[in-house]
Design a protein around this ligand. Structure first.
Ligand SMILES: NC(=O)c1ccc[n+]([C@@H]2O[C@H](COP(=O)([O-])OP(=O)(O)OC[C@H]3O[C@@H](n4cnc5c(N)ncnc54)[C@H](OP(=O)(O)O)[C@@H]3O)[C@@H](O)[C@H]2O)c1
Length: 277
């Protein structure tokens, strides 16, 4: 694409991540559309002419998408047959397609190692999962870029709240996280300069145990865990080297790699706005 040409982006599924990408994209003057299954109620932050009614499971909405734009797919790419039919119908090869997947795609049997081994993009996938099948179809057939995303957090998705509510407890299980603002930057960077058909792990590169995070919550924020301890799984340690190399070339490093600072920031943002934790 000519550098002078304005980028045109459609965000398919504008939830937590899609909203952060939308804000970043318009601040960079990308011509950006946002989709929802209920655009009038869910997209009130988007000008009406940039809202699109789109539902993967409703074929009549597929033609609402503008042609030849970049696409960012922000919900699970399933069921497989519908994903395949949709990809053929809209001819996704015309633009660049980035799909948000999950690190849960990696098949990791019980390794018995503590800490668990590092997982890079060559690790085996759990092909029994419908969304993994959908992602692999889009990648191998349409040249989609797949982002294998770690746990997304940020204002309104606060790990301190998860601890307070007992959703997680002080286990030895490893967790990998990515702040939503960093993820939004990664989406724009991969849309701009990711390799077609490539996979990128997206995490902050610092796997932590829930025990460590609970310790931080207690020492820094006075929050005590109430949840049960999951001792069954060692979790994963996600290697983000490939992503870091791309971000270094793009000149956009990850900003939220220090969890203590990130949580301070989230607490401040949640205190100053109406964000519901
Ligand atoms: N949350 C995490 O920690 C995490 C971790 C790893 C990977 N991921 C993946 O990353 C992606 C983004 O996560 P997120 O938490 O930002 O998602 P999210 O908040 O759930 O946003 C996705 C949006 O997509 C829309 N949508 C859902 N199903 C759809 C369908 N069949 N057709 C059209 N639109 C549909 C929904 O918006 P409307 O109701 O307005 O249509 C939904 O709010 C997802 O694929 C998620 O599975 C998430």
């Amino acid at each position: 694409m000519n550098e002078q040409t304005q980028r045109e982006l459609v965000i398919l599924g504008t939830g937590y991540t899609g909203r952060a990408v939308y804000k970043k994209a318009i601040s960079r003057r990308w011509l950006t559309w946002a989709t929802s299954r209920a655009p009038t109620t869910h997209l009130n932050f988007v000008p009406p002419e940039r809202r699109i009614h789109f539902d993967l499971s409703d074929r009549t909405t597929w033609s609402n998408l503008p042609h030849d734009c970049d696409l960012l797919w922000c919900f699970p790419a399933e069921p497989f047959e519908l994903v395949r039919e949709f990809a053929r119908a809209i001819n996704v090869v015309a633009g660049r397609l980035v799909v948000l997947g999950s690190t849960s795609a990696y098949h990791t049997g019980p390794s018995g190692e503590d800490p668990p081994p590092w997982i890079d993009e060559t690790a085996p996938l759990d092909q029994t999962k419908a969304r993994v099948q959908g992602e692999e179809f889009l990648r191998t057939t349409c040249g989609a870029i797949i982002l294998r995303v770690a746990g997304i957090y940020g204002p309104g998705r606060n790990p301190l709240t998860w601890i307070k509510r007992g959703r997680v407890g002080p286990s030895r299980k490893y967790v990998n996280l990515i702040h939503v603002d960093d993820l939004a930057e990664v989406c724009l960077a991969t849309l701009t300069s990711g390799g077609r058909g490539e996979i990128y792990n997206v995490s902050d590169g610092v796997p932590r145990t829930w025990q460590d995070i609970c310790h931080l919550a207690r020492e820094r924020f006075g929050i005590h865990p109430v949840g049960d301890v999951d001792t069954d799984s060692a979790g994963k340690r996600i290697d983000n080297s490939k992503l870091l190399a791309l971000l270094a070339r793009a000149g956009t490093p990850l900003l939220y790699t220090d969890l203590r600072q990130s949580l301070d920031h989230i607490v401040a943002v949640e205190a100053s706005t109406e964000v519901t934790p």
